[in-house]
Design a protein around this ligand. Structure first.
Ligand code: HPA
Length: 268
């Protein structure tokens, strides 16, 4: 077990979270609904990374949501912060080390489709690692050859869609294309993304999914669409817009995730 998992195990005080959730920029409101038993800054956890992005707090919350024990990762570290695709490895490894078998990833993303407007929630069905980076580069064992055919677990995706249906919330399904960032895409890159089969573009999640599959976790992921991709409206893109728009779709995604827990989609 990693030193971080060992440390967190002590703080769990016997609780057994059934899912870990990584909350993206502006998507932290779900954390406010959790009955919090412990709040642990990344800085206190051995080997955990430090985020430099505004809007990303960097802490682990342990508590209950919809009557279930959950672990929340509030704030993530991105590839673009240090050029390290494995930046989240200690976090994902600790989750696996604690025996938590499921990981829910959320992010903010830009839409490349006119029919998926800002405010939408998109269930990630598959991804394109367009950055060309991979968090398992340098991993020595044959375990590095991770199968990615069903990277986004079909049952958990169905559970997310079912919860949205219960609430009468429309959701899209689509392909997320990972750009390294931190600059936004150009209009030509957005046209390329659409041609290559992407529905949304963003700067996170993909390395975490690869790491999670490496460590044997089941993954479910959703994007909150904060804007149309560059060149689709003529407006300039900004992180301020992401932070302003994310909580709108984020509140809907939070309710869907809470319902998903209530409906037992993460239960053992
Ligand atoms: N591009 C990349 N990442 C993003 C975007 C975008 O348009 N919006 C929110 N995150």
């Amino acid at each position: 077990m990693s030193a971080a998992a060992d440390f967190l195990k002590g703080r769990l005080a016997g609780a057994r979270p059934i899912v870990a959730m990584v909350l993206g920029s502006g998507l932290g409101d779900l954390a406010e609904w959790v009955e919090i038993a412990a709040r642990i800054p990344f800085a206190e956890i051995p080997g955990f990374p430090q985020s430099s992005v505004s809007g990303h707090a960097g802490e682990i919350l342990l508590g209950r949501l919809a009557g279930r024990e959950v672990l929340i990762v509030s704030g993530r570290v991105h590839y673009y912060e240090r050029g390290d695709a494995a930046a989240m490895r200690p976090v994902i490894e600790a989750i696996a080390g604690l025996g938590i078998g499921r990981l829910l990833l959320t992010n903010s993303a830009g839409s490349v489709r006119q029919d998926i407007p800002p405010g939408s929630v998109m269930i990630i069905e598959d991804h394109i690692a367009f950055s060309g980076m991979n968090p398992l580069i340098g991993e020595a064992s044959d375990a590095r050859f991770v199968g990615m055919t069903s990277a986004y677990d079909p049952d958990l995706r169905a559970g997310l869609a079912a919860a949205a249906e219960t609430l009468g919330e429309p959701v899209f399904g689509g392909v997320y294309m990972w750009f390294s960032g931190p600059s936004f895409e150009t209009p030509a890159e957005i046209r390329m993304a659409r041609l290559l089969g992407a529905d949304a573009v963003g700067m996170s999640t993909v390395p975490e999914t690869i790491l999670a599959r490496f460590f044997g976790l089941k993954v479910v992921a959703a994007s909150v669409i904060t804007n149309f991709g560059a060149g689709m409206t003529g407006a300039e893109l900004s992180h301020a817009e992401t932070k302003e728009m994310a909580p709108r779709g984020g509140a809907r995604l939070s309710r869907i995730v809470e319902t998903m827990l209530q409906e037992g989609a993460f239960d053992d």
